[in-house]
Design a protein around this ligand. Structure first.
Ligand SMILES: [Fe+2]
Ligand SMILES: [Fe+2]
Length: 411
């Protein structure tokens, strides 16, 4: 919530406003503020961190409280440097002209307001909102920026003064050789930034690992997975799940696949199957699980697709081979990996399954040829689904055709 009045703008003859993202504040900013202060006889420099803009590269900026904290640390030894929360506490997009109007209304009538801008901003100034009004509320102080020619800057200043009837000063400063984006990049890879920012700021960045990537969350251990499955699955489903994991390991051994991948995919294949409908629907939205018309009309088919997302986000599985095996364990898909086929088949033949027609045949086939097992199982399943007039997903039919052709080609 914005305060009524910000006292930092009061009781001061010459105010310099220094706006920016300050992500982070660095020694270049401070050196410029100091030079301009000394050259122009400024009484108080007010740093105005921006609310929540995006960086030019589209990455989100550090939340305002942290940027403000760094600014406060940077100016703590400089009593004439002050940090204002004005733009941070205002809601919505803030325009310079609005900020200046507010500040103007709070300052004493004889206060001179100066606004610091880089050469790049002078170049873009005609595109700012109400440039003439801005220049009626303050005087600009332009400073050099790397890559901007001083003579061009001076010409632009002259032309702006004529067009908008205002005053723009030029102050020669050492162009900043430091940039906030360089500091972020260096901090990200753990390189030193001590010479680029005040000591207290460097310490804070280091301690909070501010610009480092958040560590990838480690996958749950096998025991943690099992405990969690016990909590979220019915007893019957939990017993089935343990059977699928056991069967998947046996098949992986036989077909020279990674047994750990097979075991994890087996354990997690039905991890979302017993979620209550309200939770299932909420998570499908939250995890952006694409639901086609078949899945919408037959929610029982959703669990493999949701399960892959749950495995990724809640069990922290990053191995796409495992996630894909979970995703296609019910419909199948053309051209499956061996691991995908193993999970598809293990789900069907696991040792705890109650007997049903075709089970023994499928078990025998699984130990001789995976593709033939796929055809056998899909033919049985599709016939069963059609008999019950349940929803048949077209992906199952495509998978059947794919493997019918695959085994024909082998002959
Ligand atoms: Fe399943
Ligand atoms: Fe299953």
């Amino acid at each position: 919530m914005m305060k009524q009045v910000y006292p930092e703008f009061q009781n001061c003859k010459k105010l310099l406003l220094f706006g920016g993202t300050f992500d982070p504040i660095h020694n270049g900013h401070l050196a410029i503020a100091k030079t301009v202060q000394e050259t122009c006889g400024i009484d108080r420099v007010i740093f105005l961190p921006a609310g929540q803009p995006a960086h030019k590269d589209g990455k989100p900026v550090t939340p305002a409280p942290m940027r403000v904290k760094m600014l406060q640390l940077a100016v703590e030894k400089e009593p004439s440097f002050v940090v204002s929360l004005l733009d941070v506490e205002r809601e919505g997009k803030t325009y310079t002209v609005d900020t200046l109007e507010l500040i103007h209304s709070w300052t004493d009538s004889d206060t001179e307001i100066y606004f610091l801008v880089g050469a790049d901003s002078i170049h873009d100034f005609p595109a700012w909102r109400q440039p003439e009004k801005i220049l009626s509320l303050c005087e600009l102080i332009a400073v050099d920026r790397p890559g901007y020619d001083t003579n061009t800057l001076l010409k632009e200043i002259q032309s702006l003064e004529q067009t908008y009837h205002g005053t723009i000063h030029y102050v020669k400063t050492e162009p900043m050789r430091i940039s906030s984006s360089d500091i972020r990049k260096r901090a990200k890879r753990g390189a030193h930034i001590a010479s680029m920012v005040p000591e207290a700021v460097a310490k804070l960045i280091k301690e909070t690992k501010l610009y480092q990537d958040k560590p990838v969350q480690k996958a749950l251990t096998k025991q943690e997975m099992i405990t969690r499955l016990q909590d979220t699955l019915s007893v019957k489903r939990f017993i089935h799940t343990m059977g699928v994991a056991q069967e998947a390991v046996k098949l992986a051994k036989l077909y020279h696949e990674d047994e750990t991948q097979a075991e994890i995919a087996g354990l997690l294949h039905d991890c979302a199957k017993d979620y209550p409908p309200a939770l299932r629907d909420r998570l499908c939205k939250e995890y952006k699980v694409p639901l086609d018309e078949y899945l919408k009309s037959s929610p029982g088919l959703i669990h493999p697709f949701l399960g892959a997302e749950v495995a990724k986000r809640e069990y922290h599985i990053t191995d796409e081979a495992i996630l894909s095996a979970i995703r296609y364990h019910t419909t199948g898909k053309p051209n499956m990996t061996t691991l995908e086929k193993i999970i598809f088949i293990a789900d069907y033949i696991e040792p705890n399954r109650a007997p049903f027609p075709g089970l023994d045949e499928a078990r025998k086939l699984a130990y001789t040829d995976l593709d033939e097992t796929m055809v056998f199982m899909l033919e049985h399943t599709i016939a069963h689904v059609q008999e019950k007039s349940s929803v048949l997903h077209p992906l199952s039919v495509e998978t059947l055709h794919y493997y019918q052709n695959a085994i024909k080609d082998k002959l």
